[in-house]
Design a protein around this ligand. Structure first.
Ligand code: IMP
Ligand code: MG
Length: 174
């Protein structure tokens, strides 16, 4: 069984949007430092490009999480595989995600990280599939709202494949 990938958002559109988000964040955090929490692995490409576009000081940290149980269906119970390197006390945290689908992963993460007493906490996602949301979660910075399609590229995978595509594509199973 093979897959076909159709381009949904090309490289230039994605890069332009990241530039815009970087500008907005730089403006909103003027005079402050940003503690960027990148959720591995999917958000890594986006987080690195975004960090390059932010003009205030950026600390980059990584966290790896996995949902328990069936991978295809987000359960809302999240296990921390790799935790952050430093405490968040007094930090202006921005959680950077590749995509928000049901919202379960992020809503768990926000609750967990809030308990570490950051000065502030914001959410930034490259993609948002609002149709699939089951939790009430407010996103501060969104790249693109997309329809309910399975997408890959720019860090997003299908069975660990296609993360390295420089664009966002829709997966069609043949
Ligand atoms: P949520 O907890 O349902 O919001 O799950 C979000 C996570 O599911 C993302 O961080 C991705 O790892 C994965 N995911 C959701 N939709 C897609 C998709 O279209 N392509 C690739 N991964 C996806
Ligand atoms: Mg992810």
């Amino acid at each position: 069984m093979g897959e076909r990938i159709d381009i949904m958002l090309d490289e230039e559109e994605v890069n332009e949007k990241i530039k815009e988000l970087g500008k907005k964040i730089s403006h909103d955090y003027a005079g402050k430092e940003v503690y960027m929490v990148c959720i591995l692995k999917g958000a890594s490409f986006f987080a690195c490009e975004l960090a390059k576009r932010i003009t205030v000081p950026v600390y980059l940290d990584f966290m790896s999480v996995s949902s328990y149980g069936n991978e295809a269906k987000s359960s809302g119970v999240v296990k921390i595989i790799k935790d952050l390197d430093a405490p968040l006390e007094g930090r202006n945290v921005i959680i950077v995600e590749d995509i928000i689908d049901t919202g379960n992963t992020l809503s768990y993460l926000v609750d967990t990280l809030r308990q570490r007493n950051p000065e502030s906490i914001a959410l930034c996602t490259l993609l948002d599939k609002p149709d699939r949301r089951v939790t009430d979660i407010s996103v501060d910075y969104t790249g693109f709202q997309i329809p309910d399609e399975f997408v890959v590229g720019y860090g997003l995978d299908y069975g660990q494949k296609y993360r390295n595509l420089p664009y966002i594509g829709i997966v069609h199973i043949d």
